[in-house]
Ligand binder design. Structure first.
Ligand code: G3H
Ligand code: 13P
Ligand code: ZN
Length: 324
């Protein structure tokens, strides 16, 4: 099996009310945890690399690790650039073997976003690579860019047809209230449940519905879709960490979005929390250990378990890999 694009995956996901998980990767253990989970659940996958991940791990190392995962699992895997911010970065990933790129012009004026996105689409399509664009701006932190809640903005459905028609993108990321990172909402934006845990404001399904009405059959992407599992936040806090009031997107709302037109759901922070919680707990329990294989093993296992849970209970894509 070679790397695939997300085209056929999105077509089937749209028709059958599920979404493909797009998980961020930075190193071998994360790639192994995700792909072993997908293998056990027979799920198609998007592995995505941010520019920060590419700087950290190096393009060739990541390519070779993903190639190794394909050999080991025989799964249909799409390799995607997450939040590409320049034409040059997108071109470099297309030239370097990625099968999908995102050009994120969401901070630009509509006409500039269209011009930049179209330039990337023209190049990518000429090389058999698909493109994700973005309209609307999520709050939170990505690649050291911190978008405050005040600077974030929901997607304006009135812009989506023009954007998709003029750029030729294959999928569109929209802002309906998700947010990057582990601190998605301030306490002031939330209510508290009986256990004192913050409950975030609901996603704007009205915007999603209007976007889908205007773009029938077109695949929509949700970024910032970690749910910030409270068991891992507790594991971190119980073992020397300090992550007060970290809160994410409720999984039932993501499942609902996947039943609608959302075909790709981006998850990174939940895997970071699983990894960090596992390592912190391991060091608390074994303060004398110093072999990375010892503390990375439970981290990889917990990444695998949380990805299995997402594939089955949130995304609904378990069992679909053999279709592609
Ligand atoms: O949306 C951002 C992803 O979580 C990637 O994060 O830019 O820190 O690698 P990063
Ligand atoms: P989270 O921070 O919610 O995991 O979002 C990841 C993401 O959107 C990557 O593009
Ligand atoms: Zn994102």
């Amino acid at each position: 099996m070679a790397l695939v694009t997300s085209k056929a995956m999105f077509e089937d996901a749209y028709k059958n009310g599920y979404a493909i998980g797009a998980f961020n990767v930075n190193n071998m253990e994360i790639i192994q945890g995700i792909t072993e989970a997908a293998k056990e659940e027979n799920a198609p996958l998007i592995l995505q690399v941010s520019s920060g991940a590419r700087k950290y791990a190096n393009h060739t190392y990541l390519m070779k690790l993903v190639e190794a995962a394909i050999i080991e699992t025989d799964l249909p895997i799409c390799l995607h650039l997450d939040h590409g911010d320049t034409f040059e970065l997108c071109k470099s990933c297309v030239d370097g073997g990625f099968t999908s790129v995102m050009i994120d012009g969401s901070h630009l004026k509509l006409e500039d976003n269209i011009a930049l996105t179209k330039k990337v689409v023209d190049y990518a399509h000429a090389h058999g690579v698909v493109v994700e664009g973005e309209l609307g701006r999520l709050a939170g932190i990505e690649d050291a860019i911190n978008v405050s809640a005040e600077d974030s903005s929901y997607t304006d459905p009135a812009e989506v047809e023009e954007f998709v028609t003029k750029t030729g993108v294959d999928s569109l990321a929209i802002a309906i209230g998700t947010s990057h990172g582990a601190y998605k909402f301030t306490a002031a934006q939330c209510t508290r449940n009986a256990q004192g845990v913050l409950v975030p404001p609901p996603l704007r399904f009205d915007i999603l519905k209007e976007v889908s009405r205007r773009l029938p059959g077109f695949p929509i992407v949700l970024h910032g879709s970690s749910s910030v599992p409270q068991n891992f936040v507790k594991m971190i806090n119980d073992n020397g960490g300090k992550m007060p009031d970290a809160v994410g997107i409720p999984e039932d709302q993501l499942r609902e979005a996947a039943r609608m037109s959302v075909c790709k759901i981006n998850i990174d922070s939940d895997l970071r929390l699983a990894m960090t919680g596992s390592i912190r707990q391991y060091f608390s329990e074994h303060p004398d250990h110093f072999d990375p294989r010892q503390y990375l093993r439970p981290a990889r296992e917990n990444i695998k378990q949380i990805v299995k849970h997402k594939l089955v209970n949130v995304l609904g894509c378990a069992g679909k890999a053999s279709l592609f």
